[in-house]
Design a protein around this ligand. Sequence first.
Ligand code: SD4
Length: 311
Amino acid sequence: MPDPIVIATWPFGKVAAEAALKSLANGDPALDAAIAGAQAVEDDYSCRTSVGFGSLPDRLGRLTLDACVMDGKTLACGAVAGVEHIKHPVALARRVMDRTTHVLLVGEAAKWFALQQGFPLEVPYTSDAIKEWLEKHPDLKQRPGANPPAPCDGASEINIDADHHDTVTVLTRDAKGSLGGACTTSGLAYKLPGRVGDSPIIGAGLYADDLAGAAGGTGVGEEIIRIAGSSYVVELMRGGRSPQEACVRACERVNASAGRRGVHPARVAFLALDPKGNVGAACTAKTNFQYAVGRGGKVELVQAKEIAAGM
Ligand code: SD4
């Protein structure tokens, strides 16, 4: 019988991995476990600044959340983007998958669907998030889409600084060998209102197919969308690459795409899990990406390899 496995982005991925491992140990399917992991991070205000309530808002001070889920067995998937006042966007993404014939609902309409499904509307702001927003109030004269207020490492496009860097993407394999994935985020801190990154886009922030593997991304979503990141990683695995090789290739592609535009590559990371239970991850330069790996009842943090431009 295959060993249950979970991998999840960033050090707070440990919170996700522990919850997902517990769920897998109960015999839950891969997708349920991935969602349990993602939801544990949505519930833990202390461990992150860009997942769920209490995260850093957009440029107007509004917190909007993005999430998606995918079942590797059936390719069923669901997503929501730009949703306000819903505490568990990942659960809402699951409802889109289960209760509609659509894949992605956005904004007010996603909130309307949530109400129809019995989700309560809640207040998403914490005093810490409001304080930080007030202290670092974005200068509205800056170029739209740039990532204020932190300087961006000399990059000439959107980048992300170390403190505002966290989306949880959780990939699981259950005891039947099926794969599942869930991803949840508030997106880039101080984003333009209406901006949607890779996280709720199936094929960009997440993809899972039992016949090939599961992959997820984190970091500057525009760069991940540009190369259809998670889909690219999964297709490389389908072609015989290991999860590690596939993630390295995806980072090289991000670097190359930045090169073609004459800009410094943004901070981006990928992680992947194949149907045999092999895992891998890689990130672009200065991303300092760590991910949690849970198996055999234990969770450990692993440092991903950085792929510098020009390699
Ligand atoms: C986004 N990929 O909205 C997300 C943000 C993120 O680490 O992952 N930050 O672009």
